[in-house]
Design a protein around this ligand. Structure first.
Ligand code: FUL
Length: 446
């Protein structure tokens, strides 16, 4: 009985409007890692670098924006400050910033140029602001949170609309050897105050980490997860749940996170969709000898992430001139072309769809085409505005459940892209298990 009511509660946990907008309008965006590391060939700066080494004399953020658009991505997230503490804008609160770069004689503002380029090319703009700061002398003391909040306020108030704020969870030692206790709740209050339409990423955020940086997505990807995991998300939507195990070790990379096999939570459930972050190259920052990943790998990652109920944050690092490397520009254009040519025309546009809703948690949707068509991808989507419900589904070739070929999958959520190889004039998507009634499913064929 306890379990039944838990199931009904889990089925009704809903996204808020910002999460819904992110998932529906811009599930694919581009991370831009750019800082002193670009010039020192490091991945993690020490905080002791001379800001004068930051000299991107041919900086052209419009070139970045054009390349991002060519890939079909909808937004850009710039590392306004990475762990080395160097700020890509004119911060009032530190000298470790553009004021001491030779670019534009110390008057440059990369955040401004990037935000303006996004607006010009119809992209959304967001930023990464590393809480770990290896330069700030006050790091490791309560004053650091005020310093950080001042910098966050500059970015939230001076650069127009922000769609996504990225908070790295990394927490190392600062210049004085001390670690910092981050006031994430305070940071979140500032976002809500100044950018109420923005989403917020953190390991434990309202958009959560998928748990790896290699583009792999869990077999069953749930956006409904225990609050203990996403403790910065204060929109708890259920009552206390069963606690059948220990919470220690609960982690974003657990393959069955959010599944009923893992009903070990006590505080309740929250809606926190996963984001997959991965770099187009081995490193997050630009290194001359690194090459972009193959088109196949990137396209496959797109299918598994955007088509695996996560958002996809693909990093592209500018080089020392301040430009995207031509090799990456080419790869982004190829990726965009492949996505557009694959998903350009829905072959089910003129199909007839019959829904058999006689068993509300096991409905079947039959798609009939006017003639046999070759199908490579089936794209399914749940009406997640009502919550995420499907636990298991099967795609059966042919109508009336006359099985000729069958592909099964676990969750659907915002979007599930299923690669197939079929030539057929009918197929049925049968939900085998769901947490609550499923009245409709989006079904597209490509
Ligand atoms: C990590 C950082 O330490 C890496 O440098 C990179 O910024 C990645 C996206 O997040 O936590």
């Amino acid at each position: 009985m306890r379990f039944e009511s838990f199931l009904a509660e889990a089925a009704s946990v809903r996204p808020n409007k910002n999460q819904l907008r992110l998932l529906r309008e811009s599930p694919f965006y581009v991370f831009v890692h750019f800082s002193l590391n670009t010039f020192t060939d490091l991945e993690w700066g020490t905080g002791k670098e001379d800001p004068a080494v930051f000299a991107p004399m041919k900086l052209d953020c419009e070139q970045w924006a054009r390349a991002i658009r060519s890939a079909g991505a909808k937004g850009m997230i710039l590392t306004a400050k990475h762990h080395d503490g160097f700020c890509l804008w004119q911060s009032k609160y530190t000298e470790h910033c553009m004021k001491n770069s030779p670019y534009k004689n110390g008057k440059g503002d990369v955040v401004r140029e990037a935000a303006d380029a996004c607006r010009k090319y119809g992209l959304k703009f967001g930023f990464y602001l590393s809480p770990w700061d290896r330069n700030a002398a006050c790091y490791g003391t309560p004053e650091y949170n005020t310093f950080y909040e001042n910098q966050l306020t500059e970015l939230l108030t001076d650069y127009g609309e922000i769609f996504h704020v990225w908070f790295d969870g990394a927490c190392g030692e600062g210049p004085n050897g001390r670690k910092q206790e981050y006031d994430f709740k305070g940071y979140l209050d500032l976002i809500r105050k100044y950018q109420p339409d923005a989403t917020f990423f953190n390991d434990a955020g309202v958009v959560r980490w998928c748990g790896n940086e290699s583009g792999a997505s869990a077999h069953a990807q749930w956006s409904v997860v225990p609050h203990e995991l996403c403790f910065l998300n204060d929109e708890i939507q259920t009552g206390p749940g069963p606690l059948h195990g220990k919470l220690d070790g609960l982690y974003n990379s657990d393959d069955d996170l959010g599944s009923l096999a893992m009903d070990l939570y006590s505080e309740g459930l929250v809606f926190s969709p996963a984001e997959t972050d991965m770099s187009i190259r081995p490193g997050w920052f630009w290194h001359e000898n690194e090459e972009p990943h193959s088109l196949d790998r990137l396209f496959d990652t797109y299918i598994r992430t955007v088509g695996g109920n996560t958002t996809f944050n693909l990093n592209v690092p500018p080089n020392r001139d301040g430009l995207f490397d031509e090799r990456d520009v080419k790869r982004l254009a190829e990726l965009g072309e492949k996505i557009r040519s694959t998903f350009g025309r829905n072959l089910a546009g003129d199909a007839l769809v019959d829904a058999d809703l006689s068993r509300p948690t096991q409905p079947a949707f039959t798609v009939r085409l006017p003639e046999k068509r070759r199908i490579k991808y089936i794209v399914l989507s749940e009406d997640i505005e009502k919550g995420q419900r499907v636990e298991l589904f099967a795609i059966v070739e042919g109508a009336n459940r006359a099985v000729r070929a069958e592909v099964t999958g676990a969750t659907i959520g915002n979007k599930r892209i299923v690669p197939v190889d079929l030539e057929t004039d009918a197929l049925t998507v049968a939900v085998r298990a769901a947490r609550g009634p499923v009245e409709s499913l989006g079904i597209e064929l490509y």
